[in-house]
Design a protein around this ligand. Sequence first.
Ligand code: TEU
Length: 547
Amino acid sequence: MYNFKDKVVYQIYPKSFHDSNGDGFGDLKGVTQKLDYLADLGVDYLWLTPFFPSPQRDNGYDVANYRAVDSRYGTMDDLDELIREADKRGIGLMLDMVFNHTSTEHDWFQKALAGDKKYQDYYIFKDGSPDRCPTNWVSKFGGSAWEYVPQLGKWYLHLFDVMQADLNWENPAVRAEMADILRFWKARGIKGFRFDVVNLISKPELYEDDLEGDGRRFYTDGCNVGKYLKELVAAGGIDGMMTVGEMSSTTLENCIGYTSEKNHELTMCFNFHHLKVDYKNGQKWELMPPDHGALKRLFKTWQEGMQEHGGWNALFWCNHDQPRAVSRFGSDTTYWRESAEMLATAIHCMRGTPYIYQGEELGMTNPHFTKIDQYRDVESLNYYKILREQGKSEAETLNILAQRSRDDSRTPMQWDSSPNAGFTSGTPWIGVADNYKSINAAAQTSDADSIYSFYKAIVRLRKEHRVISEGKIEFLYPDNTDLLTYRRYGSADKEELLVLCNLTEQEIHAELPDAWATAEKLIGNYEDNPSETLRPYECVVLHTTKE
Ligand code: TEU
């Protein structure tokens, strides 16, 4: 029986979390030094994004060795110490397994390039002439998804950067390698795993041009994903451990399959549909304000759909690939605190396991960079060129990047008001957001009215009220586009919750159902009791116990 429903996961991007040695680059010792902060927040697991040896073309998502620590992040001893110290505080570590591709600097790829047939079969190489790539598929980071290797007379597939070569999961030897890596980390005391873009591992038999799109329909949720996951979980000995799959452009039906307990695949999935409601025409690089109607429909569909068919959701607004939620769905000026707390409430009380991304609990905002040389991310730098080539002006391009770049969430964690926000004593690898003097952990941990204290309270509520972790969910007021409302009910403790979130900075009138007139307020972001008018970004959780 899985026991992850009342757990909360905290995501750490080690490069930007805390630098212990002044080289400007966060490290594992830096994480260990901040464990008391994380224990105080009350989280159960830490998911660390990759710290394995890597040329860092994609900040570690280009892994050159799956069984070691990159010296920039520290040593294996540092990791063992982190595991031990976290364990003392009741916190488990989850590692990020980037199994769809390796760095082209990985030994396997280097051997393949040197002509070793065994290792060529670890990747997706296709014969062909240099002037015609095998298909017209587009890389997720822009440009062709194929690269030609003249000395082999072959092309290799890279769905991401040219230095991230896709692995050939059809080859049983590749699958055995991956299971072995899981066993290695489990034996070292790792308690869970996040699997990067794991629904892209099953590639089609036939490689053909996509005349309707960028190729994703041929390799997303491929027919063997479930089979490979079952095999990986069994052979890796990780059944029952906390696992989360990152699912790119997936469907509800597939995620039900990946997370149903009876299938022994994953405990939960990330999907990104709710984070595309501000993509104009579905395009990441075209801006529009969030469509609240679409957001509400997606939450309802995924929450109720997963519930009905026994699946389990990972709940999140933020990660290292997304702009900061408070800047995107809330207000990072006038209603900064109110909107950050409303966003926390909206997802933490839903059915699923919540994830907090470093700094989200402080209401960290986008840094609002204004120059291209402030950016580090390979995707942002590629799209800067692509958007400029498409004829967008410099100012327009920079405005788009400021709102959509993955670097929005990768700026250093804001610990205090000292130089570089207390992240490093050296020069940070990426700039700190200007607002660190007012938005930082030191200012918030001792303030009972801070966003941090709100997060701490909402994390605790999950432990105290089984209806949050185990109850059913039903969405209300479908026609009131700007008001997200749902009811939680049906758990063993007989409690019921009504969660109301005003998604806007306008007041909203909402008549509560009669049964809730005498309910007690469990948490909210305005001091006094709820009235029939919800104020800007107001959220309130009402609570009753059924006889
Ligand atoms: O991301 C997968 C992914 O496709 C997106 O989140 C991607 O960054 C976005 O769609 C681009 O617009 C995962 C990791 O989280 C990301 O950091 C890696 O770059 C990527 O896989 C490749 O490993």
